[in-house]
Design a protein around this ligand. Structure first.
Ligand SMILES: *[C@@H]1O[C@H](CO)[C@@H](O)[C@H](O)[C@H]1NC(C)=O
Ligand SMILES: *[C@@H]1O[C@H](CO)[C@@H](O)[C@H](O)[C@H]1NC(C)=O
Ligand SMILES: *[C@@H]1O[C@H](CO)[C@@H](O)[C@H](O)[C@H]1NC(C)=O
Length: 459
């Protein structure tokens, strides 16, 4: 193998002291490039070519994370990436200090072909020069640092949006060297990542993070890679003020109708329709800023349920109104029948002062209503008393007509009061506590399910 022999030759030939040579360089002797060439350095060959894989250690400092986008499912990260490896060809003696070289020297040296597999686009900062550094150690160790901004893909599960946590990663992988040639690993496990604590994000908080040394398998072979995984916890306060509180208030507003008289049709219909329409607007506004995903998100569940609550309040009024009108009709029919019966009876007993047979139910009821009303209302009572005086004085035919009129009027007013009271007792009264109770239960189960407060205690 010619390659192997050349490597051996380079080792046996002994390593020229690069440091010393650099000093001679500054004295006007050969350039660094020509020196590398004179030592047989080939930047297209990896260190220990044909031998064991190069171990590349990584560490990085995160300088910012921003533009976390649910719509595009990505985030933008800026990092200082540092790679360490050993290239014996560049070892030097005479000093135990490291040498900082111009970053542009990187083009003359072999460097790992690291790329970011999950980056959609990325760039190296170039102001004012390429943001790169190269440091050489006496034993041939090299530190190669650079500043990168990458827009990295992060698959987000938005089922719990906006109470979700996203697990995002940033990976580094060798593009062309298989695991036999390059091995990546984090320099010091978790401690290879710096600057996480000082990050400030708009809508998220960075939670736990860990690092993985792994391998990716493609058709062309296995490639070593490293990954940095971090959890982004969304801060839901924005959504609480923007979406949750307005929808809660709308639902509460829709309950106001239960305390408004059922006879006030315009008031209750207007209230119901307004809350339903406002809820629709709120849903539309919330949806505009969200990705168009096919599954249902937590915020959708909440908004749709609130919509259903306001809608149910409107339907409740429809039920109340329908029931009261049915009742009214029944009552009117019953009254009509009773009046007819009573009048017939009166006509039959036209000679007696007491038109009503004590055993007759319908006419008996009229009597009792009259009694109650007399006790309640003085004026009507007086009218009834004067009626009574008239009754004693006037002829039997007249008695029947006036009495029947009075009874008819009283029955109507009393039955109306009874009917309204009955409606309130049935639907509206149940709704007054039923709706808030259901909404409270829904809220409890919703927030318990989606925020999982017990999660922290169990794990
Ligand atoms: C490093 O160099 C300094 C002087 O430059 C010397 O005093 C020290 O002993 C050296 N250390 C090692 C480990 O060689
Ligand atoms: C995030 O995803 C990686 C795999 O991509 C996994 O190893 C890691 O455990 C996940 N982190 C959490 C907190 O789930
Ligand atoms: C460090 O890594 C371990 C797993 O290797 C992980 O459980 C732990 O949370 C990490 N530490 C931090 C601060 O993220």
């Amino acid at each position: 193998m010619p390659w192997k022999s050349s490597v051996r030759w380079r080792e046996s030939a002994g390593l020229i002291l690069l440091f010393g040579v650099l000093q001679t360089c500054s004295q006007g002797a050969p350039t660094l490039e020509s020196l590398l060439v004179s030592r047989g350095y080939d930047r297209f060959l990896r260190p220990s070519f044909g031998g064991p894989p190069v171990q590349v250690d990584m560490s990085m400092t995160i300088s910012s994370i921003d533009q976390i986008s649910e719509v595009n499912m990505d985030y933008t990260i800026t990092v200082f990436l540092r790679q360490y490896w050993r290239d014996e060809r560049l070892a030097f003696a005479g000093s135990n200090h490291s040498l900082s070289l111009d970053g542009r020297l990187a083009e003359k040296l072999w460097v790992p072909d690291t790329f970011i597999p999950n980056a959609k686009e990325s760039f190296l900062h170039k102001v004012t020069v390429d943001n790169k550094l190269i440091r050489l150690f006496p034993d041939g160790g090299i530190l190669y640092g650079m500043r990168i901004t990458a827009k990295a893909e992060c698959n987000m599960d938005l089922e719990k949006y906006p109470m979700d946590s996203q697990n995002c990663t940033l990976g580094f992988e060798s593009y062309g060297y298989k695991t036999e040639d390059i091995r990546f690993r984090w320099k010091a496990g978790n401690d290879s990542i710096y600057g996480v604590e000082s990050l400030q994000l708009q809508q998220f908080k960075i939670g736990a993070y860990n690092v993985i040394n792994g391998m990716a398998t493609y058709e062309s072979g296995d490639y070593s890679n490293v990954k940095f995984c971090f959890l982004l916890h969304r801060q839901a306060f924005y959504f609480i003020f923007q979406t949750y509180i307005p929808s809660i208030l709308l639902v509460v507003l829709s309950w106001v109708g239960f305390w408004i008289n059922a006879e006030a049709v315009p008031a209750r219909v207007a209230l119901g329709i307004t809350t339903v329409l406002t809820m629709t607007t709120l849903i539309g506004g919330a949806r505009a800023t969200m990705p168009k995903i096919s599954y249902i998100k937590a915020i959708d569940v909440y908004l749709i349920t609130c919509f259903l609550f306001t809608f149910a309040a409107l339907v409740e009024y429809a039920a109340v109104n329908f029931r009261s009108s049915v009742k009214k009709m029944k009552e009117a029919k019953r009254k009509l029948a009773a009046e007819k019966k009573c009048r017939n009876k009166m006509k039959a007993n036209v000679t007696g002062l007491h038109c009503v047979d004590e055993k007759d139910n319908n006419c008996d009821k009229s009597h009792t209503i009259l009694d109650i009303d007399m006790a309640d209302d003085g004026t009507v009572g007086q009218a009834a008393r004067s009626d009574g005086q008239k009754l004693r004085r006037t002829t039997s035919k007249k008695i029947g007509v006036t009495f029947a009129n009075g009874v008819r009027h009283l029955v109507r007013s009393v039955s109306q009061v009874q009917m309204v009271r009955a409606d309130v007792t049935s639907i509206d009264r149940y709704s007054r506590w039923g709706f808030p109770l259901c909404f409270l239960l829904f809220n409890l189960s919703y927030f318990l399910h989606y925020t999982e407060p017990w999660h922290g205690w169990l794990t």
